[in-house]
Design a binder for this molecule. Structure first.
Ligand code: RNT
Ligand code: ZN
Length: 417
């Protein structure tokens, strides 16, 4: 079908297609650097801990800043629209070993240069895992003052580095705090760790900083912390509700498998003017599979769009699959997020809402289902052409070539001596 015909089909339903395309182009998606190297970072420790896990040994993982930047460049060349890069504290670029509580803006200068030259925003994450000071799976909630204060200093530094990014790149920067803290089995004291986490957060956020959007990321459980997670949903929502400049980040893999983030978005929008998200795909647990264009992703996008929250939603991706080509994983997941947003932007949302308000549920069901087979793909193709990226599987040829010429030749691939 021709673009003009597809456009007319949507316009007949009252959808402004040109506006939808513009909004899609401008909505920045935060792409996480850690899909490129299985969440390793550059500290050289190698082992991932803190209840999160990557599985797989696909060849070609980035092991240096240069490789990671190069792979990211390849990925973003195949993705249209605006993009941001999300970094972790462990991606500091330093000549010698620097303790995590002593990292400074200067250790991220190379990333600022990288982001500036590609016109990318940066988002940031303090890194509370894969480190010996994470003792007994505890960081900010530890009752060992040496441990707790170390991580408070770490988080303070991450906020300062985020402020540096904001100043350099002239864009607000999300600074995310996710801690692994929890217990494997039924604890005897739940209140103590939570009160200590509250105290730590108060210490961390006491310094006013320009350009930083502070977010805390709740979770239900992690591997080895099945019974109890200190930073639960209730804990952080209550913290954010009582601390006006801190926002609760919802990661789609951090809830009970029958709960959906799409249903939580409107609740958060009743109270908060920002909606930070980690979009992932949990498969039976927080497995961080590459995001597919599935019903839940579309529903998340629809909730953002129909509630006029495109500006409030801070969309960051958070998946890591080490069993497939990592550059392709970035491209597939990010394009799917954009497809979901486009799908949402092309819905006749006013008309659907009116049907609900008038209790016309038969017609609502009919229309919701008929909308699914409208020529969405034709509009997506048109947008991709405008953005000068491939609209179909054509982009994968470049991945195959990059794998042959670059990734497969990297040292450290399985079978190398
Ligand atoms: C862990 C959290 C966290 C991490 C990344 C690496 O369950 O989702 O956001 O995935 O920061
Ligand atoms: Zn996350």
């Amino acid at each position: 079908m021709e673009y003009s015909q597809a456009k007319k089909r949507y316009e007949a339903l009252g959808v402004d297609v040109e506006l939808a395309l513009r909004l899609l182009t401008d909505k920045a998606i935060g792409i996480h650097c850690w899909q490129g190297d299985d969440v390793n970072g550059f500290e050289g420790s190698g082992a991932l801990s803190g209840g999160i896990q990557t599985t797989g040994n696909y060849p070609g993982k980035a092991t240096t800043p240069q490789e990671l930047m190069m792979d990211f460049d390849k990925a973003i060349s195949l993705i249209g629209g605006s993009k941001r890069i999300a970094l972790h504290m462990t991606y500091a670029i330093t000549d010698e070993k620097v303790e995590r509580d002593s990292l400074e803006p200067k250790h991220f200068e190379a990333w600022v240069d990288y982001a500036k030259s590609r016109k990318l925003g940066i988002d940031f994450n303090a890194t509370f895992f894969s480190h010996p000071m994470m003792k007994d799976n505890l960081t900010l909630s530890s009752n060992d003052e040496e441990v707790r204060s170390y991580w408070v200093r770490h988080a303070i530094q991450s906020r300062r580095i985020a402020a540096y990014f904001a100043k350099e790149l002239k864009t607000e920067v999300v600074n995310d705090i996710w801690i692994p803290d929890g217990y494997k089995d039924i604890p005897a004291d739940r209140l103590g760790p939570r009160m200590r986490l509250k105290q730590s957060l108060d210490e961390i956020f006491s310094e006013p900083l320009e350009g930083v959007i502070d977010v805390v990321e709740c979770k239900l459980f992690g591997i080895g912390m099945e019974a109890f997670t200190v930073g639960s949903s209730e804990f952080y929502i209550a913290y954010c509700a009582s601390h006006p400049k801190v926002y609760n980040l919802m990661d789609t893999g951090h809830y009970h498998p029958t709960e959906v983030v799409s249903d939580k978005i409107s609740s958060m929008l009743c109270y908060f003017d920002k909606l930070p998200l980690h979009v992932s795909r949990p498969m039976r647990w927080d497995s961080d599979h590459v995001v597919r264009l599935d019903d839940e992703l579309k529903e998340i996008a629809c909730e953002i769009v129909r509630n006029d929250a495109l500006d409030k939603a801070l969309i960051g991706l958070d998946f890591f699959d080490a069993s497939i080509n990592r550059v392709a994983a970035w491209v597939i997941g990010t394009r799917n997020m954009q497809k979901a947003l486009l799908y949402a932007l092309l819905q006749p949302n006013k008309r659907l809402k009116t049907l609900q308000d008038n209790n016309e549920f038969t017609e609502l069901l009919m229309l919701q289902e008929e909308l699914k087979t409208l020529p969405f793909g034709t509009i997506w193709e048109h947008w991709c052409h405008e953005q000068q990226v491939e609209s179909d599987e054509g982009w994968f040829d470049e991945i195959k070539q990059y794998e042959k010429e670059v990734l497969s030749k990297r040292k450290g691939n399985i079978g190398d001596n």
